[in-house]
Design a protein around this ligand. Structure first.
Ligand code: SF4
Length: 219
């Protein structure tokens, strides 16, 4: 369902301001601010990852690298026809929207600090307030901490939740609903356990139902 023009222009203003943000560079956490996110006001699904990686930074495109390809495979299993369909229907952002750089030991990307998450939080909160998504997909433990605080991936993957963190069954009566997923990055060891792969399979089945529901505009 298209959003009223006022909300569209509010979101565009927010996006313009976010693209110009240099808070983390100014504070010395990163060398260069280059916010990466994508989306528009007519999207009903919000996906929140951890932070862009170097490929996303170079292409200014969320989930453009190897982890993104894994995520696209999961989302296609959840009812999207292909990657274009995913990007058409999902607003994609992250807990921090600039590449945080590599870890000092070179083993993957650095996890953003709580201070960086705090600096970037107003952008995420602004998107939540203007987009008013029906379905939120937190990806990985950092996003989980924002949407289902104090919960572990093992305890939440495979189910649907309301905004207060209570599990949901059946057709949701209130928006937004949450379907958390693990992070698709190869850096994450979480999916090395077959029992957790089974949890992911269950989450994708749940997500498929919620994606269909989010597209109805009802509820
Ligand atoms: S990560 Fe967020 S707060 Fe930090 S510079 Fe980028 S857009 Fe700004």
């Amino acid at each position: 369902m298209p959003k009223p023009p006022l909300l569209s222009s509010s979101l565009r203003s927010l996006q313009r301001a976010q693209r110009a943000c240099t808070r983390c560079a100014d504070a010395g956490y990163i060398t260069r601010a280059h916010p990466v996110f994508s989306g528009s006001a007519d999207q009903r699904i919000l996906l929140v990852g951890q932070a862009p990686g170097p490929v996303e930074h170079d292409q200014t495109r969320p989930f453009a690298g190897r982890a993104g390809r894994q995520l696209m495979r999961w989302l296609i299993r959840a009812g999207f026809s292909d990657e274009d369909d995913v990007r058409d229907r999902i607003y994609m952002t992250a807990m921090t929207t600039c590449f945080p750089g590599r870890r000092p030991d070179g083993a993957g990307d650095r996890r953003p600090s709580a201070a960086e998450v705090g600096l970037c939080a107003p952008w995420l909160e602004g998107v939540l307030a203007t987009l008013r998504p029906r379905l939120i997909i937190p990806i990985g433990s950092l996003a989980l901490e924002r949407f289902l605080p104090g919960r572990r991936l093992d305890d939440v993957i495979g189910a649907v939740y309301d905004e207060s963190g209570s599990p949901l069954a059946g057709t949701p009566e209130h928006v937004p609903v949450l379907v958390p997923l693990p992070h698709p990055s190869g850096q994450s060891r979480w999916l090395n356990d077959p029992a957790r792969v089974a949890l992911l399979d269950r989450a994708i089945v749940q997500l498929r139902a919620m994606v269909a529901w989010a597209g109805t505009g009802g509820g």
